[in-house]
Design a binder for this molecule. Structure first.
Ligand code: RAM
Length: 906
């Protein structure tokens, strides 16, 4: 190993006395919020970056100041908290430790640091934040709704499924200083102020939490929207996940009345204030244009029922009825939304349109995705327009079988002849194709009749991987689209059929890759709160979160999300609070595992290696790997991760106890399932059998080689095709890379034939599929009803784009130390991308021409990296133009490096 610290000295530095130490940048609160209003944490966590352009590589100390007033100069005192100078290199997740902060409180913060030469930086720019309503007692409003939906009146399902319209008029007599709208629903809502949508891009708010325990609330700044005189606050409201249909058609669908809650707090310039809350003084109607709305089934819109101006002042609401109200339930926590809502993020124009019958046209948006359409079509009065969706066509056939019972159809009933403009409000569809029928067939359809509005949780996409292989780049894009489509407030398994649930096993496979591809920490940690809330007293974690009664048992490999997700998030972020928050849940899940096992062998039920290709056993969808072996492997894994968590949290006794338990399970696993040649004692030897044992470190060190050889043998027997389902696939790449067989991962990755990733691309995929053989150009769709063309689970492979092809992994939690080992192969002549870390991105860019490698690496400030270059010919390496010995570099300082070398075997 060669220490590379000396290289940093190559960059010319001004003498210490003249150095300007640039201020920290990118100040963030919590999981990555900048200047939030309605913030959720009363003890925020602070993070920042050292400027990547500045002269300082490391932080040795920091000082954070938080104040109730903005800082006017460097010496302004901080009245809420001054951390003082703290000797620490930590730049992320620092807990606020000042005076208690209250709901609505606005504060300003700034930070400075001391560099390696003990010089203080300038203060950062000041950032502000404002807390939301943190407690139920902050709410004076009541839940309101239309009187016909009162349960006392025994409303029909039709009534409960009919959206409600609510409005309230009030006067503003003095100039307004600030106005905040705190708002939520049991159901989904769209708020309006004076006829304008409050947040045009926010959709399906407040999203989906275990509503019986917690409902998230939103905060909007509407200071600029109020006018002197009469104002109107209004909302439309539908059932969404609260009372709409979840899973198969069930009795409980549309059984609960959707309800709305709002609190508008106005502070006037003269210091006085006024609060408008939802109560019986609001007016309500169910006679509006949206006649029906359902997540799965679509929306029905009747133009004749439009109520121009219903959400603005001056509207005659004499025919509307007084709203009924219900008190807040103290058991149901109202808490500020802790991650960005679903938003409309992109408009996709139709790329083609085909007339498929009289008055029937099919539009292609070129991309499978999720959202709603926006249409502008010629209509004939009284002739309904029907809008259907499909993820794919086969030889022209509009494929809707895979939506199963989800009707996923919108209807528009025109009252007038002429052009209509329509975009559904309270539904979402997973689709690439849209069929519109019933329009005025005397006019020829054109692509400008329709756009697709893409919706997903507003994670920031990094778009940070590319390579010399067009197909690999397409795969990377498909995985990103799989993520965008299924990050719909919670991590969905699929976005289109009568399911769309937060399946835990799928989340296990996709968590880490998604964190590389997008700013998704807030999304995941919010969902983990729901997972905690759904865990039962025995520690059981349901199959999907939020839970709705459908499948009642728990599965190994699924419920283990309770340990896997917090642990992996900790690896990627270094944020101990994610472990603190979830530690009790992890222990609870171990209790449940224990209750399902005997002598350390688990009999927990499992979905197995779900959708493994070429199953030989009867269990078809559940694959051939022994169920008890799977459950015991996951028991061991969960114990191991919880032991590590206990250690990280300083709970050493517990850590020791769990480590012992882990050894016992490991021994039992080996004895029960394998003979001394590591062949399974019963059942089938599958790729996943060995992947589980190797990835979870369940074979004794001396026998890992044997297990690996079995795995390699099985791969060879399948012509280096995978035979893995949801559990095994996510382990393949890391096991093979650890074994020094990245060549095999490239083989698997570049396979063109079934089962493989490129097979789907060769058959037209623009997202990742649920099954390795969901569709083929030749044979059409897999006849199984369960056949989503937009499932993110097999997108798990993109993890290897970052950890293998670019070669970046956290050597310490939160990438405080980074390991870089790009994996080269003759199939790629170049790859580049950025791997996000809490200290800023690591950039990797490599090219190979005539066996010569040029590798550009940027290591972010305040970190160190170890770089190793496989396949490099000794004696050929230069770093920033200087010849060096060796191909492994230890403790590289932040900065940019160009490494050139000759490669062997490539
Ligand atoms: C399917 C879901 C999901 C999977 C479970 C076991 O219905 O789509 O992807 O995790 O079953």
């Amino acid at each position: 190993m060669l220490p590379l610290l000396w290289l940093a000295a190559c960059t010319a530095q001004p003498p210490a006395s003249q150095a300007i130490v640039e201020a920290p940048v990118k100040l963030k609160l919590g999981e990555g919020f900048s200047s939030p209003i309605g913030y959720y944490e009363s003890t925020p966590r602070f993070s920042w970056l050292l400027p990547q352009q500045g002269q300082s590589d490391f932080q040795t100390a920091y000082q954070i100041q938080v104040s109730g007033q903005t800082f006017t100069n460097a010496d302004t005192a901080a009245d809420l908290w001054d951390s003082g100078k703290v000797f620490s290199s930590q730049t992320s997740w620092l807990d606020y430790q000042g005076k208690p902060l209250k709901s609505r409180q606005k504060a300003y913060w700034r930070v400075r640091y001391w560099n390696e030469q003990q010089q203080a930086s300038d203060w950062s720019d000041t950032q502000e934040f404002e807390l939301g309503l943190l407690d139920n007692t902050d709410w004076q409003g009541k839940w309101i709704g239309h009187p016909d939906t009162a349960l006392l009146t025994q409303p029909t399902k039709e009534i409960l499924a009919t959206p409600q319209y609510l409005r309230k008029t009030f006067r503003v007599n003095r100039p307004v200083k600030q106005a905040r709208l705190y708002v939520t629903a049991k159901g989904v809502f769209k708020p309006f102020i004076n006829g304008n949508i409050v947040a045009p891009n926010d959709v399906m708010t407040p999203g989906w939490t275990p509503y019986q325990r917690r409902i998230e609330t939103l905060t909007y700044d509407i200071t600029e929207n109020l006018t002197l005189g009469e104002n109107t606050l209004a909302a439309s409201l539908a059932g969404g996940w609260y009372s709409g249909r979840i899973a198969n058609l069930m009795d409980i669908d549309h059984k609960l009345p959707p309800r709305f809650l709002a609190q508008l707090e106005i502070v006037y310039q003269d210091g006085s204030s006024q609060t408008i809350v939802t109560d019986e003084s609001w007016k309500s109607s169910q006679a509006g244009p949206i006649r029906f709305a359902s997540n799965y089934d679509g929306e029905r819109y009747d133009q004749a029922m439009e109520m121009p101006g219903w959400n603005a002042a001056g509207f005659d609401d004499a025919s509307w009825q007084a709203a009924i109200s219900e008190p807040l339930d103290p058991q149901v926590l109202l808490r500020p939304k802790r991650h960005d809502p679903i938003r409309m993020t992109q408009t996709l124009p139709a790329v083609s349109v085909e007339v498929t019958g009289p008055g029937v046209a099919v539009f292609d948006f070129g991309q499978n995705m999720v959202g709603v359409p926006h249409i502008l079509v010629p209509a004939i009065a009284g002739q309904p327009i029907r809008i259907r969706f499909a993820e794919a066509l086969h030889k022209g056939e509009f494929y809707t079988d895979n939506y199963r019972s989800a009707h996923s159809t919108d209807y528009y009933l025109p009252a007038k002849t002429g052009q209509i403009e329509y975009q559904p409000t309270f539904t979402f569809h997973g689709y690439r194709y849209m069929e519109v029928s019933g329009f005025d067939s005397s006019q020829a359809p054109s692509t400008d009749w329709a756009n697709a509005l893409v919706q997903h949780s507003d994670i920031r996409l990094y778009n940070n991987f590319s390579s010399s292989s067009a197909k690999l780049n397409q795969l990377s894009q498909n995985v990103v689209w799989g993520m965008r489509s299924n990050f719909y407030d919670i991590p969905l398994d699929c976005p289109q059929r009568d399911e769309r649930l937060g399946w835990t096993g799928d989340a296990n496979a996709f968590l880490t890759p998604s964190m590389y591809m997008a700013d998704a920490y807030g999304f995941w940690s919010a969902w983990l709160q729901s997972v905690r809330e759904e865990q039962n007293e025995q520690g059981m974690v349901p199959l999907y979160i939020p839970y709705v009664k459908w499948i009642t048992w728990a599965s190994s490999g699924w419920g283990d999300a309770a340990t896997i997700i917090p642990w992996e998030l900790y690896q990627l972020t270094g944020d101990l609070s994610i472990l603190q928050d979830n530690y009790a849940m992890m222990l609870g899940w171990l209790d449940y595992h224990k209750s399902q096992s005997e002598n350390h062998i688990s009999h927990m039920k499992t979905f197995g290696d779900w959708l493994q290709p070429y199953p030989v056993s009867e269990a078809a969808n559940r694959g051939d790997t022994d169920f008890s072996l799977i459950s015991t492997a996951f028991y061991a894994r969960s114990v191991q991760l919880t032991a590590k968590t206990a250690q990280a949290l300083g709970k050493t006794d517990k850590a020791r106890q769990l480590t012992e338990l882990h050894s016992d399970i490991k021994a039992a696993f080996l004895a029960k399932f394998f003979d001394d040649q590591l062949l399974p004692k019963s059942g089938h030897a599958t790729q996943t059998t060995y992947l589980l044992g190797l990835a979870f470190e369940l074979f004794p060190t001396g026998q890992r080689e044997i297990a690996l050889n079995h795995l390699l043998g099985l791969l060879k027997a399948s012509d280096n095709h995978l035979r893995t389902g949801f559990l095994g696939t996510s382990l393949l790449a890391s096991v093979l890379q650890d074994a020094g067989r990245s060549d095999l991962i490239y083989d698997l990755l570049f396979k063109e034939t079934y089962p493989s990733w490129f097979y789907s691309i060769n058959n037209g995929a623009t997202t990742t599929w649920e099954r390795w053989n969901s569709y083929s150009l030749e044979d059409g769709f897999n006849p199984q009803g369960m056949n989503s063309l937009n499932h993110y689970a097999y997108g798990t492979i993109s993890r290897w784009f970052y950890e293998g092809i670019l070669g970046v992994t956290p050597a310490e939690p939160g990438f405080k130390r980074i390991s870089i080992a790009p994996q080269f192969n003759q199939r790629l002549s170049a790859a580049s991308g950025q791997v996000p870390t809490p200290n800023g991105p690591v950039s990797i860019d490599w090219k190979i021409t005539n066996q010569t490698l040029i590798l550009d690496v940027t290591i972010p400030r305040n970190t160190e990296a170890d770089l190793s270059l496989p396949d490099v010919m000794p004696g050929t390496v230069t770093v920033n133009g200087t010849a060096t010995d060796g191909e492994n570099f230890h403790a590289m300082s932040p900065g940019r490096y160009r490494i050139e070398a000759k490669l062997s075997n490539i």
